[in-house]
Design a protein around this ligand. Structure first.
Ligand SMILES: Nc1ncnc2c1ncn2[C@@H]1O[C@H](COP(=O)(O)OP(=O)(O)O)[C@@H](O)[C@H]1O
Ligand SMILES: [Mg+2]
Length: 594
């Protein structure tokens, strides 16, 4: 059940094995709450028995008590009738409660499992999957599963027990009448099988459309300012309405099936009763069947079609849930490609070097010859060395940084720490070596302090020290609540430069062994620029640093510069050497600073 990373045969149409296998997996989530499950189950036989009782009591009244003018028996039967009804409704209430609570608990376990799994998925997964789609699986799809419990659809087991009890009673009362009434069963079963197919397709379409809507909304609400500035509201609206229309149509199809099935079952049930009255009238007139038995029988048939009708309705809910479950389980089956090996090698420090050896890397698989972002790249950074990566946009600088902490794994060659392939190291250990400051700083909602203290190993003192050192404190203390100032979603209440400084403080507070920095080129005022320069200098001091550098001031200070072109190192050396050489680097610098 747990996200073990095992994969199953999943295909594009969204089917995960058979319903049966899926149900078994889902049952695992229910089984966790054993006691509640047993309580809910235990209530079914009571429920079933009480459904069977009233018609039988009616028969006793009509065929025994009244003909015999037995007032005492009549009174007793009436009392039992009342008690039977009370127990029926009481048990119904209790089992519904137990099931709903069970459902909510199971669904919550599933949701937590999903989230845990999603947290382990590699960056490549999130490149491929729109946020909205993942979001839909964790919210709406899980909710649809919860509906199965909330609506009592899961009580189909109870319905089946009830049906069995009813059939038993009917057979006991009159075998011939029972067989006659069940002539309608074969067409009913065929009908339900046909519907099953169509309903499932319709529900798949619903989930797909819902995910598309969520994806679209997510993207467009986050990017609303772009939509507005580029005056794209009308186009967005049209696109959104088109998506909505798709969703509506998918729903209409499903509703049609639902209504049709309900109506058809109802009609067949009524037809069965009519036929029974027509057929049974003969027996009744000849006295072969007692009036009480006949009335009881008709009541049984009527009661019989209630669970059948419910079943058809529950069936559609279950169909919807199975489709949702399919999608949830698919997400759980998504492979965790990047994880610690079974017997990982621990690392606490870097002793000598971190190295890329003959690295070939592509984001998209399968890779065609144009897909390689890095081609046979060899880079060795010795401990304590500061290396800058320089190159045109798209030359692969950021990509190299992402390979160091296994955000992505290389396809060929290896990344090594002290000569050991990082895929053989403990992933947590590896990532602890680095402090990473990427171009787009992500801050979470919460306070500034929460954001600076993302790992629980840093002390508040270290954080304040770091903030002071990178000169973030001066602007932080100007804020009304200082370190406790809330960070809004996407940190909109901080400027790009301020966000950068906060990210520096976060990195420095960790006092990392290796600094990874993707220098932002965002335009900041010259004072902030000076701050950032000083902060970068401070961050690099006394540690191994691998940075993507844009600022001349930063570049001049590093030990070695690697000039990248199309994923390969074309020049290497310090600033002066490379300037003297008059090659690619020289041209880059000229372009940038002239
Ligand atoms: N997540 C991704 N999925 C697919 N392609 C990517 C992804 N990130 C970057 N690329 C591609 O890889 C190439 C190198 O990107 P990057 O390393 O970010 O360049 P740089 O940082 O030097 O500007 C670019 O051509 C870019 O289109
Ligand atoms: Mg980049």
């Amino acid at each position: 059940m747990k996200g073990s990373g095992k994969s199953t045969a999943t295909n594009e149409s969204g089917q995960t094995g058979t319903d049966w296998r899926m149900l078994r997996r889902l049952f695992g989530y229910i089984a966790v709450h054993k006691r509640l499950f047993i309580v809910a189950l235990a209530l079914y036989p009571i429920d079933a028995l009480t459904v069977v009782a009233p018609p039988y009591l009616v028969r006793q009244i009509l065929d025994v008590a009244i003909p015999g003018a037995d007032l005492e028996l009549l009174r007793r039967l009436a009392l039992v009738y009342v008690v039977a009804l009370a127990v029926e409704y009481g048990a119904g209430f209790a089992s519904q409660m137990a099931m709903s609570v069970l459902g909510q608990r199971s669904v919550m376990t599933l949701r937590a499992d999903l989230f845990r799994h999603v947290q382990k998925l590699p960056a490549a997964f999130f490149d491929r999957q729109p946020v909205g789609r993942v979001l839909t699986r964790l919210t709406n799809d899980v909710e649809a599963l919860g509906d199965v419990f909330a609506t009592g659809a899961v009580t189909v087991i109870g319905d089946l027990v009830t049906l069995a009890a009813l059939i038993g009673m009917m057979l006991w009362l009159d075998v011939r009448l029972t067989l006659f009434a069940f002539l309608v069963a074969p067409p009913l079963l065929v009908l339900m099988a046909v519907f099953r197919n169509y309903a499932r397709k319709a529900f798949r379409a619903i989930r797909r459309h819902l995910a598309a809507i969520n994806t679209y909304l997510n993207e467009h609400i986050a990017g609303m300012s772009v939509v507005q500035v580029f005056r794209q509201q009308e186009r967005s609206e049209q696109e959104f309405v088109a998506l909505s229309r798709g969703y509506r149509d998918a729903n209409r199809t499903a509703i049609q099936f639902d209504a049709l099935l309900y109506a058809v079952v109802e009609a067949i049930g009524t037809a069965a009763i009519a036929a029974l009255i027509w057929y049974g009238a003969v027996d009744l007139s000849t006295g072969a069947v007692g009036a009480g038995t006949f009335v009881a029988f008709i009541q049984y048939v009527r009661r019989f079609f209630v669970p059948i009708r419910d079943l058809s309705m529950k069936y559609t809910i279950i169909q919807a849930a199975l489709v949702a479950a399919e999608r949830c389980l698919q997400l759980l089956d998504e492979k965790i490609v990047i994880e610690s090996p079974l017997s990982p090698q621990p690392v606490a420090r870097v002793r000598e070097s971190i190295e890329l050896r003959g690295v070939w890397f592509a984001y998209n698989e399968p890779v065609d010859s144009a897909g390689w972002i890095l081609r046979d790249l060899n880079v060795c950074v010795r401990k304590g060395e500061r290396v800058a990566l320089v190159g045109a946009t798209g030359s692969g600088k950021t990509t190299i940084l992402k390979l160091l902490n296994r955000s992505y794994d290389v396809q060929k060659g290896s990344v090594c720490v002290d000569g050991v392939d990082i895929r053989r190291l403990n992933l947590g250990d590896l990532r602890r070596l680095f402090a990473v400051v990427m171009q787009d700083v992500h801050l979470f909602t919460g306070t500034v302090m929460d954001n600076l203290a993302l790992t629980d190993t840093v002390t508040e003192e270290a954080i304040r020290g770091a903030a002071r050192a990178v000169r973030a404190e001066s602007f932080l203390l100007r804020l009304p609540a200082g370190y406790d100032t809330p960070v809004q979603e996407l940190a909109k209440n901080f400027s790009a430069g301020e966000r950068q400084l906060l990210a520096f403080a976060r990195a420095l507070a960790l006092d990392p062994e290796i600094l990874i920095l993707d220098e932002a080129t965002s335009n900041v005022d010259s004072e902030t620029e000076a701050h950032i320069e000083a902060a970068v200098e401070l961050l690099m001091r006394g540690r191994t640093a691998i940075i993507v550098a844009h600022r001349l001031s930063t570049i001049q200070r590093v030990d070695r510069i690697l000039v990248l072109q199309h994923g390969a190192v074309v020049e290497e050396g310090d600033h002066r050497e490379l300037m003297r050489r008059g090659g690619v680097y020289h041209r880059l610098v000229e372009l940038q600073f002239k």
